[in-house]
Design a protein. Structure first.
Length: 87
C-alpha cells in the first residue's frame, strides 16, 4: 500500500491497474509478485520469508516504457513507526 501511495504522490503518470510490484532475494532471478497488473498475485504469507530477511530487492514496474533506477534504503526503527502511529 505504501509503495502505491508513493507512486500516486509522485509525478509519474502511472495507472494502478497495470503496476507490478515484486520482491526477490539479492542477486536472485526469481521475483515473487505481490501485485501483477494491479491485482494481488502472491499471498502475504509467501512473501514474508523474503521481506523478513535483512536485505531484499523490490521490483516496481510502472509499464511506462524503458528506464531503470536503483534506490538504497534502510529499515525504519520501531520508535519511528510508533511515533507515526501516534503512540
Amino acid at each position: 500500500g505504501r509503495i502505491l501511495a508513493a507512486v500516486g504522490a509522485s509525478r509519474a503518470r502511472a495507472a494502478e491497474e497495470v503496476i507490478d510490484i515484486g520482491y526477490s532475494r539479492p542477486g536472485e532471478d526469481s521475483i515473487y509478485y505481490a501485485l501483477r497488473a494491479g491485482q494481488v498475485s502472491t499471498p502475504l504469507e509467501a512473501l514474508t520469508p523474503i521481506t523478513s530477511e535483512k536485505e531484499f530487492e523490490l521490483h516496481l514496474d510502472l509499464h511506462l516504457g524503458e528506464g531503470e533506477a536503483h534506490l538504497y534504503a534502510s529499515d525504519l526503527t520501531e520508535a519511528y513507526v510508533d511515533f507515526n502511529k501516534g503512540e
